[in-house]
Design a protein around this ligand. Structure first.
Ligand SMILES: [Zn+2]
Length: 137
């Protein structure tokens, strides 16, 4: 199926395929080490803390807060030209990991570090649902 989505898409590989499959089901899941319990992101075959290769996929709450963010006022990719100004944020998830994403539904002037956010999923193509975040009170 042709898509009108023109922004860059994630490159899906053997390490992250399961992560994106869960996103498609609108579940934010990350790998949790079976040996030390550490929840890691991005996906990989080995625990960076204890080097165990045994892991499962734990469902996260989807809640977190803004750890840091930048506001882009110049489009460095033509597909973002209509979105300026837009945000790239580092989200501190409640369960520990940090991830980069959008924070939408709020004026960039109103964004603040430590602002609570919650995940939602944007079905940008038939194959890819992107985890994005919205501010919650
Ligand atoms: Zn571990």
């Amino acid at each position: 199926m042709m898509t009108s989505y023109t922004k860059p898409l994630p490159i899906i590989n053997d390490d992250n395929r399961q992560y994106w499959e869960y996103c498609k089901q609108h579940e934010l899941r990350m790998q949790q080490c079976n040996d030390c319990g550490y929840i890691r992101f991005p996906p990989g075959i080995i625990c960076p803390r204890c080097h165990s290769m045994a892991a499962g996929w734990v469902k996260l709450s989807g809640r977190g807060k803004i750890y840091s963010f930048v506001v882009y006022r110049v489009s460095y990719h033509p597909s973002y030209a209509d979105d300026i100004p837009y945000v790239v944020a580092v989200i501190q998830l409640a369960e520990g990991p940090r991830m980069e994403s959008d924070v939408t539904g709020i004026k960039v002037e109103d964004l603040k570090v430590d602002m609570p956010v919650e995940v939602y999923f944007d079905d940008v193509t038939d194959e890819v649902s992107l985890p994005k975040f919205k501010a919650v009170s």
